[in-house]
Ligand binder design. Structure first.
Ligand code: SF4
Length: 768
């Protein structure tokens, strides 16, 4: 269908549109008109992606004199492929209606692991090995040697791509990663380098968050992008954590041992070069006197991931004299590694600011802030001069240099935290030094400053006023939409008590209460008996899940549950969990019914981002999830030193209280978990928040609007039998036939005519 939103003709590839999709587009257009940033919350299953793509591409088509480019960031490759598939559909529709003038170029960009077509390279087990495998075949010195010695292997796809020169381009169209690989095979060109090259010409680029947020990756890919770009961060509810993760580094003993080995190997290489080809080292020295900025002219196979943490003017400066010579630089690295080794011997927990860390580093081993700042780029320059291609062997020294550059660049927003052991296992020494970023705005600020409109969107952004503070930006539009439904197909409930009226909670002092474990068990048992097909349970952590399943096993509840449904469990092993999920689906498909136990969070010492695999990425739509039970409130591990330091920073800098942030973070995670159960409007499902704390207004109110709008008073403060009664009623109602178009009652699908009427009514209102 085709309709007007003010001066823009929107091409939408379906015959009907949801009212919230229309409103979403109206708000998005306002933000684009104002050339500002926006925050939009809309539940999953309401067609957010297609609304975004339709509006932005139609907006670009309506303003040919002022072309805008769309950069669409997704969290996973799967989401990237889904987005490109939707765009393909939309593009076909636009071309059918507008002819060739609507043609655009859209590419998905991912790492070599996902794009490489050289079978000898792509079979390597991880991303770093594929990158290194590619470098071994494409580095300029390797190819120069191969010219003289045909026995030295190179990559024919890269050679053909280079030979084709300016002819190596992608014709207009929408290319998923699979399409790129197929095109590359057909032409004999490397799809990875082709896609990287085409990014600057494409109208739409779909890639992962890291290409914009991680300074190590962002510089090489995104520096060509002009200001007239609309950047979309989809599923952005965790964007603050992604930002801080991108700028945080952890160093363990193993890292230091690896770094020492790397330094020795580089030292040997330097000696070898001195004996055979000292000119290369001299040339590097001369280049470094000129500054780092000239590295942009390197052959494409050699470019290293530049570090935009360093502003351009610094790049033009000469590299500090004490690290220009290769052997001097290695001596600096040796001293740095030695110093960190000494710090890791500490038997106490330590926390300090980057400024005091650099001061003591200077006093003890004579390394100043400017030297540290250049370490990242200096290392990569040296690795290139020494013609090192097995870069995956050098990850340890790269980590040390990442650390040095960050600590030398940022004076605020970071802490250095040294912990001799994991709080949860105090008897096992496992020292770690972490440079922990607390300020999400540092990584995302360049994006807000550089691009005209940044759209942050997800199904869970509540409370919506907190994100602008965490990311420190001013949105011109900030809206939350609810889902229009023809029937009440979502049934959230807050369960506070068991059948015996004893309160249930995972609060610290109640966690090991046998009454709580019993009541949780009875709740699941009774629900398993009445709810058909799939039931998903989320626990607050692995350790809590283990403990409670043990108790249920000992008391025989688990056996009783298994009489109604098969039981599957998420473990920390990805393969095992995937297998369990497959079997869970099979059990739901064949009518046996199943329960899936999974975790809302896993706790890593080095990360605040770690969520259960299932909680973040797996959908339990339709019969795969008729009920989801969230046992407890998934707070972060509040004794984590990184978390405590971040909370302190948030309080001092943004005036966000600890309690507010923790509750917000726990509730967004709970909403993400329960939201897995509804993925479209034709679906139906129940959500039980099983903890007395959800009944408190200050907690509950932080749930997204689309859940709150269905959380009636009658569904609050329930006991197990009341919840059971509500569940039976709900399932009975859902079993009745209903009018899917909503023609008889509420309009949840709008035709072109309806939209036109709405637009003209809006125009009339505006006129009078
Ligand atoms: S050049 Fe391309 S095809 Fe060849 S190894 Fe590298 S990524 Fe793979």
């Amino acid at each position: 269908m085709k309709f007007q939103i003010e001066d823009v003709t929107v091409y939408f590839p379906y015959d009907h549109i949801y009212p919230e999709q229309h409103s979403y587009m109206v708000e998005l257009k306002r933000a684009l008109d104002a050339k500002g940033h926006c925050l939009l919350e809309m539940p999953t299953g309401t067609g957010k992606t297609i609304a975004l793509l339709s509006l932005i591409t139609s907006y670009a088509l309506s303003k040919p004199s002022n072309p805008i480019k769309l950069i669409y960031c997704t969290r996973t490759v799967h989401e990237m492929e889904k987005t490109l598939a939707e765009l393909k559909l939309l593009h076909d529709y636009q071309v059918r209606h507008l002819g060739p003038s609507a043609r655009l170029l859209a590419v998905g960009l991912s790492s070599r692991k996902n794009l490489c077509i050289n079978p000898a390279v792509v079979s390597a087990e991880n991303r770093d090995s594929v990158d290194a495998g590619c470098r071994k075949l494409t580095a300029s010195w390797v190819r120069a040697l191969a010219v003289e010695n045909p026995n030295i292997p190179t990559c024919s796809f890269f050679d053909n791509y280079e030979k084709s020169g300016s002819e190596a381009i992608l014709p207009p169209g929408v290319y998923t990663l699979q399409d790129l690989r197929a095109f590359g095979k057909q032409k004999g060109w490397c799809p990875y380098f082709l896609a990287r090259h085409m990014v600057q010409f494409a109208n739409v680029v779909v890639y992962s968050y890291q290409y914009l947020l991680d300074p190590k990756v962002a510089g090489i890919i995104s520096k060509e992008m002009q200001r007239e770009c609309v950047v979309v961060f989809d599923e952005a509810h965790n964007i603050d954590n992604v930002c801080i993760e991108a700028l945080s580094v952890s160093v363990r003993r193993q890292t230091l041992e690896g770094a020492t080995r790397n330094i020795s190997r580089m030292s040997q290489e330097i000696e070898r070069f001195k004996a055979t080809d000292a000119g290369k080292l001299r040339a590097e020295y001369n280049r470094l006197v000129e500054g780092l900025a000239q590295r942009g002219n390197l052959p494409i196979g050699d470019t290293w991931l530049s570090n935009p943490a360093l502003p351009e003017d610094i790049l033009k400066e000469a590299v500090p004299g004490n690290i220009r010579r290769a052997e001097h630089f290695l001596s600096v690295l040796r001293r740095l590694v030695q110093y960190i080794k000494g710090r890791l011997l500490s038997e106490n927990f330590e926390k300090e600011s980057p400024v005091s860390f650099v001061a003591s580093l200077n006093a003890q081993v004579g390394l100043d802030q400017k030297t540290l700042k250049f370490c990242y780029d200096r290392l990569h320059s040296l690795m290139m001069t020494l013609e090192i291609t097995d870069t995956d062997e050098f990850l340890s020294i790269q980590t040390i240099c990442d650390f040095a550059t960050l600590v030398g660049t940022y004076a605020r927003g970071f802490s250095i935290i040294i912990e001799p052991y994991d709080e949860r296992m105090p008897h096992i020494p496992d020292p770690i030094l972490q440079l922990s970023c607390h300020d999400a705005s540092l990584a995302i600020r360049p994006v807000f400053e550089r691009f005209q409109s940044v759209v942050i969107t997800s199904g869970t952004l509540s409370p919506i006023d907190l994100y602008p503070r965490l990311l420190s930006f001013n949105p011109v539009v900030s809206r939350s939409f609810t889902m229009s439904l023809t029937r009440e197909c979502i049934c959230p409930m807050v369960l506070t008590r068991g059948s015996d009226q004893l309160p249930v909670s995972t609060k610290y002092d109640m966690r090991s209460d046998p009454g709580v474990a019993r009541n949780y068990g009875r709740l699941l048992l009774e629900m398993a008996a009445v709810v058909p097909d799939g039931v998903v349970c989320f626990f607050v952590s692995y350790s809590y899940m283990d403990a409670i399943i043990n108790t249920w096993n000992e008391t025989g509840i688990l056996k009783e549950i298994m009489q109604h449904k098969l039981v599957f469990i998420e473990t920390q092993d990805v393969v095992e969990t995937t297998l369990a999920l497959d079997n869970y689906r099979k059990a739901c498909d064949c009518g046996r019914g199943a329960v899936f136990f999974s975790v809302a969070r896993c706790f890593l010492r080095t990360s605040l981002l770690c969520r259960g695999k299932v909680a973040e990425g797996i959908d339990f739509d339709r019969h795969y999830g008729r009920l989801v039970i969230m046992f407890g409130v998934p707070f972060q591990y509040t004794l984590s030193k990184i978390l405590l330091a971040r909370l302190e920073y948030l309080r001092d800098t943004f005036q966000i209280k600890e309690g507010d942030f923790l509750t917000f973070d726990a509730l967004r995670q709970a909403a993400q978990c329960v939201g897995r159960v509804i993925r479209s409007k034709a679906d139906y499902g129940m959500m039980i928040f099983a903890d007395k704390r959800y009944n408190r207004h200050d907690k509950r109110s932080k749930l997204p609007g689309w859940i709150l709008s269905h959380l009636r008073d009658a569904y609050l403060n329930l006991s197990t039998d009341m919840a059971l009664h509500t569940a039976r009623e709900f399932l009975r109602k859902m079993a009745q036939p209903y009018d899917k178009t909503g023609a008889s009652g509420k309009r949840t699908l709008l035709s072109q005519e309806d939209v036109e009427k709405m637009s003209s009514a809006g125009a009339d209102e505006a006129m009078f």
